[in-house]
Ligand binder design. Structure first.
Ligand code: AMP
Ligand code: MG
Length: 358
């Protein structure tokens, strides 16, 4: 019997680095994904940042399906995924020097460039704006899929809007269920947080969203330091937002989350008042942490004190803690240094109060 609301197919893919071609089962998964996408359907694809919900970027109906599946505001534009610089250029009406430098140095990789859009890029993709965001993912199989299709994929994170991004296939399944037609499962994503987004249309490039690729590396490639937009500064003088996805609340678990300089004191106080707390801490080996961990009200989650490993685990840990039906999640405030910037950004958005209209 065929069920109307069956869960999506999930196909495991693997491609050993030493093989020039994918193994037969992965080749079959790729063909299935390409056929669904060519027919205007949606496929969750692995990337090195987070899983993406992909559809044909130049097909307005497919793009509209993405917005509906995510429950995403039509005002929040999508990132186009390409197989290389030539395809990126074909989607832009001008290819700024900054975009060329970033793409040449870091693609395939976790950085997105915002450039003037070509006329044939649908308005639905760019939320009616004159610019388009483009990146080339560091996932061989996803790039091959794009090459086979011969056209870009629009692929926002494969989660319901404003919720945690997925870093595994099961996160996609839990968040989107039958709203996606196929999930390609390549295991956990390497970086675990969303790409750095750089606006290359301005005289000095501006980091609209901090991410795995930091300002220092960008400065070397650009020959000058980029600016970093604060959420307030990313609104342009006309009042519309330069990076609409930078709404204050985003990337959030359902459980209320707080970031605090003294996690131990906060967790103790919450648990003394009978609240059940999850505590993400880099100080799990300290004596006072062990004492607090003995409380039946507290779930201690040890986190790495290295920002790269912290980012790779963050969403998976939040997904897992969110399932425990706790009253609160407390996270130790990360250091106020550049390598922690993207993590601080995601945590700040995860704990911001709901904003009207989101
Ligand atoms: P997501 O794909 O869900 O990770 O979100 C894409 C991010 O890129 C959001 O923050 C968008 O607002 C941002 N973005 C996409 N297109 C543009 C654009 N043309 N200009 C500025 N920001 C963009
Ligand atoms: Mg997203």
């Amino acid at each position: 019997m065929v069920m109307d609301h069956a869960l999506p197919e999930t196909l495991s893919i693997r491609w050993p680095a030493e093989s020039p071609q994918p193994p037969a089962d992965t080749e079959a998964a790729l063909a299935r994904a390409a056929a669904l996408l060519a027919a205007g359907r949606l496929v969750a694809i692995p990337t090195e940042t987070v899983y993406g919900l992909a559809g044909l970027a130049l097909d307005t109906a497919a793009v509209e399906r993405i917005f509906i599946a995510k429950g995403r505001a039509a005002t929040n534009p999508l990132i186009l995924h390409v197989d290389g610089i030539a395809m990126a250029r074909s989607l832009s009406s001008a290819w700024p020097d900054a975009a060329e430098r970033i793409a040449a140095e870091f693609w395939p990789g976790p950085v997105t460039v915002v450039v003037p859009k070509a006329a044939h890029v649908p308005d639905a993709v760019t939320a009616g704006g004159p610019t388009v965001a483009i990146r080339c993912p560091d996932q061989r199989l996803t790039r091959l899929l794009i090459s086979r299709l011969g056209q870009p994929l629009a692929a926002p994170s494969a989660n319901r809007s404003l919720r945690l991004s997925p870093t595994t296939a099961s996160h996609v399944l839990e968040s989107l269920g039958a709203k996606v037609d196929l999930i390609l499962d390549a295991g956990p994503c390497g970086h675990g947080i969303e790409s750095t987004v750089v606006d290359c249309t301005l005289p000095t490039p501006v980091i609209l969203r901090p991410g795995p690729l930091g300002a220092a590396a960008l400065a070397v490639a650009l020959g000058a330091a980029p600016l970093t937009a604060t959420p307030a500064a990313s609104a342009d003088p006309s009042g519309s937002c330069r990076s609409p996805g930078q709404a204050a609340r985003h990337y959030a678990p359902l459980t209320p989350l707080e970031v605090t300089p003294d996690g131990a004191a906060r967790v103790r106080s919450l648990s003394h008042s009978g609240r059940r707390v999850g505590w993400l801490t880099t100080r799990s080996q300290e004596n006072q942490t062990r004492q607090i961990a003995a409380s039946p009200h507290v779930v201690v989650v040890p986190m790495p004190d290295d920002p790269i490993r912290f980012a790779a685990l963050l969403y998976a840990v939040l997904h897992a803690v969110d399932k425990r039906s706790l009253d609160a999640i407390v996270v130790d405030e990360p250091p106020a240094t550049e390598p922690w910037r993207a993590i601080r950004d995601r945590l700040a958005r995860a704990c911001a109060a709901d904003t009207p209209g989101d």
